[in-house]
Design a protein around this ligand. Structure first.
Ligand code: NDP
Length: 249
């Protein structure tokens, strides 16, 4: 894969998928910046562990649900590291419950973290990408945004919304060297998924996956790396399924 060095920012880079994405981009020689929640007490530990493994990541606190926090974070990144060429909107949460039990708090938490965050973060980097004539915006959605999921009206709506956002924005910037794409992973073996009771995984989720297994974070990271590359210049407004065939079920 072509290896022009870029500055990439991964929101929620200390989580299961985010970490794999940070590592993959660093292995390709990119400068990698991650954000973490201001309430995250393990960020320094994570950075230390990564340093021991040979990865020198930049990390800044940012609450992706809060506009002012995003403004301040990207201003710091730009001043201390440089302008962002690749933005990966990866931070996300679930608050699963049936619609009848769902209250406004759990609806809002998921919409703010998964969807409003795309607006909050992309607004900070889009103008600079337009000025430089190059950029990659990669939104991490979910197979459940494509097909819906029981107990996830909030998450399915937010994740489907991310792809609507990708498509509309990709049209606006298509002639300016910027691509905007969505990746929709299926069930990947991170702590978000391992929090699902084992019995539910074995009886309800894995049987829906034609490959009969969970995905690996590294598999998603490889796709992110491709979309961030020069070779992916003609891919835009796409929603790429990476789910072991589950989207066909
Ligand atoms: P994790 O829970 O491991 O990581 C989520 C990350 O989001 C954490 O690093 C967390 O940061 C960050 N985050 C949450 N809330 C905020 C906030 N308000 N501000 C800033 N950061 C925040 O989940 P995964 O790695 O599994 O998931 C990553 C993305 O992939 C999510 O968008 C998820 O919806 C999506 N996805 C995951 C799948 C899976 O199977 N794992 C399948 C399909 C999609 P911190 O820890 O610092 O709070």
């Amino acid at each position: 894969m072509e290896s022009k060095k870029r500055i990439a920012l991964v929101t929620g880079g200390m989580g299961g998928l985010g970490e794999a994405i940070c590592i993959k981009l660093a292995m390709l020689g990119h400068t990698v910046v991650t954000t973490y929640s201001p309430t995250n007490t393990k960020s320094q530990q994570w950075l230390g562990d990564m340093r021991e493994r040979g990865y020198n990541f930049h990390a800044f606190p940012c609450d992706v649900t809060e506009w002012d926090s995003c403004v301040a974070c990207i201003a710091r990144v730009t001043a201390e590291v440089g302008p962002i060429d690749v933005l990966i909107n990866n931070a996300g949460v679930t608050r699963d419950m049936t619609f009848r039990k769902m209250d406004r708090i759990n609806w809002d938490a998921v919409m703010h973290t998964n969807l409003d965050s795309c607006f909050n973060m992309t607004k900070q980097v889009c103008e600079g990408m337009l000025e430089r004539g190059w950029g990659r915006i990669i939104n991490i959605s979910s197979v459940n945004g494509q097909k819906g999921a029981f107990g996830q009206t909030n998450y399915s709506a937010a994740k489907a919304g991310m792809h609507g956002f990708s498509k509309a924005l990709s049209l606006e910037v298509a002639r300016k060297g910027i691509t905007v794409n969505t990746i929709s992973p299926g069930y990947i073996g991170t702590k978000m998924v391992m929090a699902i009771p084992r019995e539910v995984l074995d009886t309800k989720i894995i049987p829906q996956i034609p490959m009969g297994r969970l995905g690996k974070p590294e598999e998603v990271a490889g796709l992110v790396a491709y979309l961030a590359s020069e070779e992916a210049a003609f891919v835009t407004g796409a929603n790429i399924a990476i789910n072991g065939g589950q989207h066909m079920q």
